[in-house]
Write a protein that binds this ligand. Structure first.
Ligand SMILES: [Zn+2]
Length: 465
């Protein structure tokens, strides 16, 4: 067989095992896997010896250029997908959120426009249902258009995004009917708002500063909401995906539900695995505000255990970048901090360094949580998340131990700070390949902006994978 590219001699990792082998690429696809592939004069040879070769990472929870918290998140499809590439991410899923009066189609059109001509890696969108009465009859049309994952928020009333129980229940019924999946941001809105109002005084804000972000979001705010929406999933049989789960209680509830056969999958994010709420103390504490907020060390331990044992299926980032200037809008009122942080570039390095190298999870587990399982759950497998013949030639090649010191000044994200500033992290991508194109070479982004493609889908959820 004549290959265009051969990835030579790498330690090829899939969820089921690891072996030293070659990968032959023809066009955009993996065409052969085996030792000592040859006979291709003119083929580009990529030396992967001494490195791990994994499927390109999927970050399935990303917000680029999102209008939020009175400003717009600063990483767009140009800087955001460059950052992803450097972290070995070859597919991202963003959230198309309808503006006031917009249909679901309008929301998808708007987000398509943000990505087109800028994205270096492939992408699609979760479609956010924000006004159930208006949007419920548009869901089937979006499935027909190639969108199979939807999102509802249990908070964000003032943004006009909140879903009540009727909307959650009704959407899950439709997910069951269409073989699609609902993603839910689980926080208990009324209790959260009550706690915020109790602390929203000049004296307490002066006294506690950014730590009020943690004080007003105790774990039960998330746990109650997870419990409630799991009940609606159980009642309807609709496939449910808990986004950015951050609490130990959440992990326990999900585990128990999965045991009784509820079709629920849980995601956590890199920041909930390595940062705790002591970060809110100190001058830069407000930078760490994200939603939900970072929790306690015992939550961190429980989430790692969940990844190892299986109740936590996916790690993503909830990337929603704000600069120091944007974060400064808070002026001492924690409810005004733009919530979110950069993440695409450091997702795999954080999970590799703090998960695999610290032996909390295996290398194969990492590939499952960052590549294969997200691809399956989001209806993209085996095109994405797989190293097998016929899959897209999306690969990340990483050195087993070589680390880089995180410095926001040298990163692709346009954030002028990093939650991991000064950390030494292994697992940055030496070489990233997207549909056969080398887009990162020797740790530097070399891909063409605008080459990324939208990924239509026909299904979602583990039941249909
Ligand atoms: Zn989010």
């Amino acid at each position: 067989m004549q290959f265009d590219t051969i990835v030579r001699g790498g330690n090829v990792v899939t969820p089921t095992g690891t072996s030293k082998t070659d990968i032959g690429i023809v066009g955009e696809k993996i065409a052969a896997i085996g030792p000592d592939l040859n006979g291709s004069p003119g083929a580009k040879i990529i030396d992967a010896s001494g490195h791990h070769v994994i499927p390109g990472v999927l970050d399935v929870h990303v917000h680029l250029e999102l209008p939020f918290c009175g400003t717009t998140s600063s990483d767009d499809y140009r800087s955001g997908t460059r950052a992803g590439a450097r972290g070995g991410v070859t597919t991202l899923i963003d959230f198309a959120i309808p503006y006031a009066g917009d249909s679901l189609n309008d929301a998808a059109d708007n987000w398509m426009k943000k990505a087109e001509g800028k994205a270096m890696i492939d992408y699609t969108f979760h479609i956010c249902i924000t006004r159930w009465n208006e949007h419920k009859d548009q869901i089937k049309g979006m499935v027909d258009r190639g969108f199979t994952t939807f999102k509802e928020f249990m908070i964000y009333k003032s943004e006009g995004w909140q879903s009540d129980d009727k909307a959650l229940f009704g959407t899950l019924e439709k997910m069951k009917e269409y073989g699609t999946m609902l993603l839910v941001h689980c926080e208990s809105a009324d209790v959260l708002d009550e706690l915020i109002s109790r602390y929203h005084t000049p004296e307490l804000m002066k006294q506690h500063g950014a730590t009020l972000h943690a004080i007003t979001r105790p774990n039960f705010v998330e746990a109650e909401a997870i419990q409630r929406v799991i009940m609606w999933s159980e009642a309807t049989g609709g496939q449910l995906y808990i986004v950015h789960m951050s609490t130990k209680e959440g992990a326990d509830i999900v585990k128990a539900a999965q045991k009784r056969g509820v079709p629920v999958v849980a995601e956590t994010c890199a920041q909930y695995l390595v940062l705790d709420d002591s970060k809110f103390e100190g001058e830069d504490g407000h930078l760490f505000a994200c939603c939900p907020q970072i929790k306690k060390p015992d939550d961190i331990d429980r989430l790692w255990k969940g990844l190892k044992d299986g109740e936590v299926s996916v790690v993503s980032t909830d990337t929603c970048t704000f600069t120091r200037e944007q974060k400064a809008m808070w002026e001492g009122d924690w409810t005004k901090i733009p919530m979110g942080m950069p993440g695409l570039e450091t997702l795999m390095p954080v999970v590799y360094t703090h998960g695999v190298l610290k032996k909390r999870i295996s290398l194969e587990d990492m590939v499952s949580k960052l590549c294969t399982t997200p691809a399956k759950v989001m209806g993209l497998y085996p095109r994405k998340g797989a190293i097998e013949v016929g899959a897209d030639a999306d690969l990340a090649i990483i050195h087993p131990t070589l680390s880089h010191c995180v410095d926001c000044a040298t990163m692709e994200t346009n954030a002028d700070w990093s939650p991991y500033q000064g950390w030494n992290l292994a697992g940055f991508s030496r070489t990233t390949i997207s549909r056969g194109d080398v887009i990162v070479d020797d740790y530097a982004v070399v891909g063409r902006e605008g080459r990324g493609q939208w990924l239509p889908r026909t299904r979602a959820g583990l039941q249909s994978a």
